[in-house]
Ligand binder design. Structure first.
Ligand SMILES: O=C(O)CCC(=O)C(=O)O
Ligand SMILES: [Fe+2]
Length: 259
């Protein structure tokens, strides 16, 4: 097992230091350019799942399909998960970050495949998450009431305002491949909030490592060629982490070469 590295949060140091230590400060060149943020009334679509089992079922399915094609992101309300469970998850997540570092370290793993696939659940403490696409199939995210998530739409960042008791669903790279680019795995990022702690809990749904990923056969014919080669999820995942989050994903490495 790798030696336990320190995972001290700035909040752990707050009572002992007078100013923010330099290793907690991102170089200006790495910081998000906030002037690029689109201040817009628009948001990612909100889908009401209440009526999924009624006569409007097809309409709801169509809304989800459109959202996957245009935004790669949507929110769901009336999903059937009780409010008390949602509040308990957020309370437990907040309490986790109040634990001493030694206790928190017992739940950390430096193995990204463990973090994102075996546990499948990650609790994010308030630090910036740089722009990336999700390497998995689908992500379901619970965020608290503090804004921070931004989604790239038409080259501009669209802030996703939290709506209580909703979940955010987004398409990951594997779904983009299965749909042969019909559904979009879209760049997104999360910013720290200067005034308030922000908690988000993403759940990453992943194929098994040996699953062969390729565009669905029904979508391919003489007029619709496959944009991607076949690969296993393990191959993709390894390339993704080798390249690093800063590379913004690695779908291009698996494209069918057109040369
Ligand atoms: O905290 C958020 O809202 C987004 C988290 C995220 O994008 C991720 O963990 O992949
Ligand atoms: Fe993400």
């Amino acid at each position: 097992m790798a030696a336990a590295t320190t995972k001290l949060l700035l909040s752990d140091l707050a009572s002992t230091v007078k100013s923010v230590p330099s290793n907690y400060i991102r170089p200006i060149s790495d910081r998000p350019n906030l002037t690029e943020v689109q201040i817009s009334d628009g948001s990612i679509p909100l889908v009401d799942l209440q009526v999924l089992n009624g006569p409007s079922r097809l309409d709801i399915i169509k809304q989800i399909g459109q959202a996957c094609q245009h935004d790669g992101f949507f929110q769901v309300k009336n999903h059937g998960i009780p409010e008390t469970i949602i509040n308990n998850m957020l309370t437990i997540a907040r309490a986790f970050f109040k634990l001493p570092e030694s206790e928190r370290l017992k739940s950390y793993s430096d193995d990204p495949s463990k973090i994102t696939c075996m546990n499948g659940l990650r609790i994010l403490h308030p630090s910036d998450i740089i722009r990336h696409t999700d390497p998995n199939l689908i992500t379901v995210l619970l965020q608290d009431d503090v804004p921070g998530l931004q989604v790239l739409r038409n080259g501009k960042w669209l802030p996703v305002s939290p709506i209580p008791n909703t979940f955010i669903v987004n398409i990951g790279d594997q779904m983009q491949v299965l749909s042969n680019d019909l559904y979009k795995s879209v760049l997104h990022r999360a910013l720290v909030n200067c005034d308030k702690e922000r908690i988000s809990i993403p759940r990453f749904y992943c194929p098994s490592p040996d699953a062969v990923i390729a565009p669905a056969k029904d979508l391919i014919d003489e007029r619709h060629l496959a944009f991607y080669k076949n690969f296993t999820y393990a191959e993709y995942y390894q390339k993704f982490w080798n390249r690093g989050l800063a590379a913004e994903g690695c779908l291009d490495l698996f494209e069918v070469s057109t040369a």
